[in-house]
Write a new protein. Sequence first.
Length: 126
Amino acid sequence: MSRLLRGQIIVAIDVAVAAKARLYKACEAINLGQRRLRRWRKSEEDGRKGGYRAVNQKFREPEKDAIVDALNLPEMANLSLKVAHATLMDQCVYAGSPSTFARVVAERGLRKKMEPAKLAMQSVRN
């Protein structure tokens, strides 16, 4: 949330309180906690050191490429993401969690690209 918007909210709360509204009612009306309002009044800057997820834990492109390469293997073509992940774990290959696999697949739009391979593998087996 921008500093400008925070400032506007603080001013609106102050106007409401000056018009004899209770502070907790004014905060409740806009779904804002009183503790957050106190923090905003104390400092306009966001005091947090960043999100709870560290930037250095983010998957890099080569790591994402490794997931895609693993999922594009012929033996993975007809497996769901969770089963493909478990199969790789059985082979002592850890490229990320099942949810990371799903995120990478969604991010790269691979669902549709993997379907023809899946169909091709099924036609070979039949």
